[in-house]
Design a protein around this ligand. Sequence first.
Ligand code: 4G0
Length: 245
Amino acid sequence: MKFDVITLFPQMFASPFAESIIGRALHKGLLSINARYLRDWAQGRHQVTDDAPYGGGNGMVMKPEPLCRAIDDVRGENPGAPVALLTPQGRRFDQGEARRLSGEPGLILVCGRYEGFDERVRGRADVEYSIGDFVLTGGELAAMVIIDAVARLLPGVLGGDDSAARDSFSDGLLEHPHYTRPVEFEGRRVPEVLLSGDHARIAAWRREQQLLRTLQRRPELLEHAALDADDRAILARLRRAETLT
Ligand code: 4G0
């Protein structure tokens, strides 16, 4: 999958993806990340990309011409790739969006700075994403979050197993607790069931822990989670136990 990023700070994209899992996937050619310098599409001796807002007020606005020229050019090089703006007003990016995007041939991410984009840039994009209800100094970190979340779903990027399929959120629930050695740490033992070797009991315990955690921490996720009749029975029991405590 081809990721292109349009940004005033292309260097920001180097080291976060040079290491570990994504670094290895880049070396293997499973994806590419091409950060493009927006100023290359700006004009004049100073290659200005921002200007004061019409109507007055604080801050600067990204000028439409360099952005739209850049989007048109990069789209031509990566046909079929959706163009996404990163803004606090966008559609909330989630695991479902990551999964959907991982089936695309590419993704073009447009990063703004200052107070945002001239409104007329919006029509050039296929989608506008927000990674959460907070404001960053630029869209670059949001773009990196999206690249990482999508890239790890591409075939061959994670280990040979189906670890992405077993992720938190793949079935709409939070993950069960994990333990590794030592069997006792600071007086706390690993739950006995995990040492039992009884794979059916372990699977049942993990499922119950997933349901309990989701009920306690993110109950709103249960409304859209993939639950079977067994899950619903366990959940009903957990809810009764919760109301007693
Ligand atoms: C556009 C994304 C871009 C408008 C970008 C800021 C947070 C996110 C930017 C603004 C970003 C996010 C209106 C301040 C750049 N901050 N939550 N900053 N405004 O995904």
